[in-house]
Ligand binder design. Structure first.
Ligand SMILES: Cc1ncc(COP(=O)(O)O)c(C=O)c1O
Length: 283
């Protein structure tokens, strides 16, 4: 499997970054994951726009020439790895670059950012989309800039592991008594046929899939309330579901051992799943 690193296509076993890379030392970087179906990128423009916002948010200056090469590099890598047929995912990471000695402040003079891309075959979680998943509630202990898709994912990985250790699929994170998101997806509640979602503030990542769900809701006349679901309201919901690039649209049927609604995926999530499949696969 080949990867792209700072201008070269390399075997993934040979690709290496410096120990003084700020991504390694500080988690000083951003990333994106984009789905590809038969060589067709899904919501590429939106992912590239969010990447720009992330670069601006972290004040990382990736020069325009390198930035413009990203779509071409992604396609070349998919081709080299034989991922132009079927489903694939493109992982992209940019860090502030490598600087010695280690200082919290940004390198002065500036150093070139590290640009890394990898592709992999992707298998959707079709069975879980059908059955729904179980989850636990946990405290959202992340920082207050969750709108940036940074590689600082320790609270997210610890939360996901906590769920795994509890024998469930995922976690529903709660901040100040309100449901924010899961460690790797956004969350929607459904009550009386309407969607409830945390507004796109600094406390959530405004997922590209989330935005697609909102488009589908509008198209299908499903009302949307940009109001967070409280911890108490969770168990009064009719339905609950996750949305994310690698999660797709995933019903959550059991939370903390208790059923959400009937304990089965409901009619609203089924409509959203249908609308999502139409867009992703062009059905
Ligand atoms: C914390 C978090 N929220 C939401 C999402 C969903 O975002 P998207 O739909 O853009 O994949 C992700 C995806 O990685 C995530 O890590």
């Amino acid at each position: 499997m080949q990867v792209y690193l700072n201008g070269s296509y390399l075997d993934h076993k040979e690709a290496a970054v410096s120990v003084s890379d700020r991504g390694f030392v500080f988690g000083d970087g951003i990333y994106e994951v984009t789905r590809v179906v038969n060589g067709r990128f899904f919501k590429e423009k939106e992912h590239l726009e969010r990447l720009e916002e992330g670069l601006a948010g972290l004040k990382i200056n990736l020069d325009e020439t390198r930035k413009k090469q990203i779509p071409e590099i992604s396609r070349e890598l998919l081709k080299r790895n034989g991922h132009t047929e079927g489903e694939a995912a493109v992982y992209l990471q940019i860090t502030r670059g490598s600087a010695w000695p280690r200082t919290h402040t940004f390198p002065d003079p500036e150093v070139p950012p590290t640009l890394y891309l990898a592709t992999s075959p992707f298998t959707p979680h079709t069975k879980l989309h059908e059955t729904g998943v179980d989850a636990i509630t946990i405290s959202d202990v992340r920082w207050a800039r969750c709108y940036l898709k940074t590689v600082n994912l320790l609270p997210n990985t610890l939360a996901k592991q906590q769920a795994e250790d509890a024998g469930v699929n995922s976690a529903v994170m709660i901040r100040d008594g309100m449901v924010t998101e899961s460690p790797n997806a956004n969350i929607f509640g459904v009550k009386d046929g309407a969607l409830y979602t945390y507004p796109a503030t600094n406390y959530i990542l405004n997922g590209i899939t989330r935005r697609t769900v909102l488009e589908i809701a509008e198209e299908r006349g499903i009302p949307v309330h940009y109001t967070p679901v409280s911890e108490q309201e969770l168990f009064e919901l009719d339905e609950l579901f996750f949305s994310g690039t690698t999660t797709d649209i995933q019903p959550v049927t059991v939370l903390d051992g208790k059923n959400i609604g009937t304990g089965k995926p409901g009619p609203v999530v089924r409509q959203i799943q249908e609308g999502y499949r139409e867009r992703l696969y062009g059905e």
